[in-house]
Design a protein around this ligand. Structure first.
Ligand SMILES: Cc1cc2nc3c(=O)[nH]c(=O)nc-3n(C[C@H](O)[C@H](O)[C@H](O)COP(=O)(O)OP(=O)(O)OC[C@H]3O[C@@H](n4cnc5c(N)ncnc54)[C@H](O)[C@@H]3O)c2cc1C
Length: 380
């Protein structure tokens, strides 16, 4: 499917690979060690168009097709899984706005998102609502000229420095899914309080926040789609987002495979490189095979999306398989490194921790299986 790349997209993926490997690997190690935000790299990311990959050219974006976009996220994740998710979430929100924002604000909002200072975030989860977004309790109340939102959002990626949030809330007192609405919220206003969530196992450079919303004003024009479309917008954004997270998993796994391949050739035991042992070779062979299989699944989902074909099931399969394969590959990576794989000093230890999140966010593996089975049963 990457044969469908234009020369421009190939050059872009190559340029991102060069940039990420030269400029992100060492900072990412620091962000991990100090739990410091990778948003210090944002200006460079904007400069290179990475924050506007999925924004139309007419609004200052690169309008990058999904197949090439997935490869770019993979290249970022190879060097910095934290930067990869920052970029992926921002572009996922841009895409939701492209599809669902009101005509009156769409062009202006997308142009802003392509410019520095306008990081975007996606606020669905709450302390008591994760896999089941239909159980959120954040309330939207109708007021003159718009709505007021009150509630608590949890685990918001890009939540500390983000300016534009799409927020799922329940309109009025209703408890049905049809009472859910999605709003575009400008976080620079009174009533929005954000607290960092510290102590993450991995992707420690990615900002994660808890947010308290108190009577936050949303103008009428900032309702996305129609009233009652909240869940539909959340799920459709996640379909595309899962291609991003699957690509993040591919990048992490691919870095792990590169590290273990090098290490296996350098490390000697029994007077020969450990790469000569069949047990090690099989770990490399299984990892390469799973990585390529995962890439095919991700490319297929992305290709379907590029061609406006249904891709919900394929995106869930790609995310499920790529994230679980990444878990197996980083685990083998540690094994190949022996005891050295168990200490911070060796990057494989960080990748082992970073990979774990890909089986959790934007839908756990259990939820991906649920989506795949639901789509299968519906088709029969
Ligand atoms: C670092 C990080 C960043 C995140 N970023 C964002 C973000 O930007 N925006 C956002 O809205 N959310 C974000 N999340 C939240 C994330 O999407 C949720 O954590 C995830 O969807 C799981 O929800 P939960 O943690 O509430 O677990 P729960 O839903 O409580 O699940 C607990 C366990 O039960 C299982 N389970 C639940 N329901 C079922 C079922 N029907 N069948 C089988 N098993 C089931 C789950 O698979 C899991 O194993 C982030 C989370 C983390 C950790």
């Amino acid at each position: 499917m990457d044969r469908e790349y234009t020369e421009d997209h190939r050059l872009l993926v190559d340029a991102v690979r060069d940039y990420a490997r030269a400029e992100l690997v060492e900072p990412d190690r620091e962000w991990d060690r100090n739990e410091a935000s990778c948003c210090s790299a944002l200006d460079r990311l904007y400069e290179q168009g990475l924050m506007s990959l999925r924004i139309p050219e007419s609004q200052g974006g690169l309008d990058c097709p999904m197949v090439a976009y997935g490869h770019i996220v993979r290249e970022l994740a190879w060097a910095s899984p934290s930067v990869a998710v920052t970029v992926s979430v921002h572009n996922m929100v841009a895409e939701a706005l492209k599809t669902y924002a009101a005509d009156a604000i769409r062009a202006d909002t997308l142009s802003r998102l392509a410019q520095a200072g306008n990081l975007a975030a996606f606020a669905i989860s709450e302390p008591n609502a994760g896999s089941d977004p239909g159980s959120i309790t954040t309330r939207a109340t109708r007021v003159d000229g718009g709505y007021r939102l009150t509630g608590t959002k949890m685990w918001v990626t890009n939540g500390l420095r983000g300016r534009w949030f799409i927020v799922l809330a329940r309109l009025g007192e209703g408890l049905a899914d049809s009472d859910l609405c999605m709003f575009l919220m400008d976080a620079e206003q009174a009533g929005v309080k954000r607290n960092p969530i510290h102590g993450k196992m991995g992707i420690r450079g990615s900002e994660t926040a808890e947010m308290a919303l108190e009577d936050v004003f949303i103008p009428d024009t900032h309702l996305l789609g129609e009233p009652g479309w909240g869940l539909r917008i959340a799920l459709s954004a996640l379909d595309g987002g899962r291609i991003g997270i699957a690509s993040q998993a591919l990048g992490i796994a691919s870095a792990a495979l590169d590290l273990m391949t090098d290490y296996a050739q350098q490390r000697e035991q029994f007077r020969r490189p450990i790469a000569r042992f069949q047990a090690i070779q099989w770990m490399l062979a299984d990892s390469r095979t799973e990585l390529d299989a995962a890439q095919q699944l991700v490319d297929r989902a992305a290709w379907l999306k590029d061609h406006d074909r249904p891709f919900t099931r394929e995106a869930a399969m790609a995310k499920l398989y790529a994230s679980e394969a990444a878990g197996r590959i980083v685990d083998r990576g540690v094994q190949v490194h022996g005891g050295y794989g168990y200490v911070h000093e060796f990057r494989i230890e960080q990748l082992y921790r970073d990979a774990r999140i890909t089986r959790l966010y934007e839908g756990t593996s259990e939820i991906q299986r649920h989506v795949i089975a639901r789509e299968l049963l519906r088709a029969e």
